[in-house]
Design a protein around this ligand. Structure first.
Ligand code: TYC
Length: 112
């Protein structure tokens, strides 16, 4: 016996009825995505930022130059959207590369 939800009573007659089955949604929840952001500063050379975008974000030179200029003019830009793990890896790679070259370039991530 399958009971319609709007006909259910308060005293739960079906609590011990093994024939009552409640439908569940097929849960196909996509994982959350994260934007990786590049921040402007006054000291990191433009060519270094272009190289970062080519190396870690697979951009062409022209694409990298365009995004670098956007960050330079607007202060910040989204350089990619990834799963949490990939975004974390990109941020770590950029931060490490900048540190090793002694540039103050900052890269962060935020949930989309
Ligand atoms: N503003 C820097 C300069 O004039 C260039 C720059 C661009 C730095 C983008 C960081 O994310 C950045 N040399």
């Amino acid at each position: 016996m399958i009971k319609h939800p709007i006909h259910m009573t308060g005293h739960d007659e079906d609590a011990d009825d093994p024939s009552v089955v409640v439908a569940t949604k097929p849960k196909t929840k996509r994982p959350p995505l994260y934007k990786v952001l590049l921040l402007n500063d006054d000291y990191t050379p433009m060519e270094f930022v272009v190289a970062v975008l080519e190396r870690f974000f697979g951009m062409s030179h022209a694409q990298a130059f365009e995004i670098m200029l956007t960050v330079h003019k607007k202060g910040v830009a989204v350089v990619g959207v990834f799963s949490h793990e990939i975004a974390e890896t990109k941020v770590a790679q950029v931060m490490d590369f900048a540190r090793r070259h002694q540039h103050p370039l900052q890269c962060t991530m935020e949930k989309e």
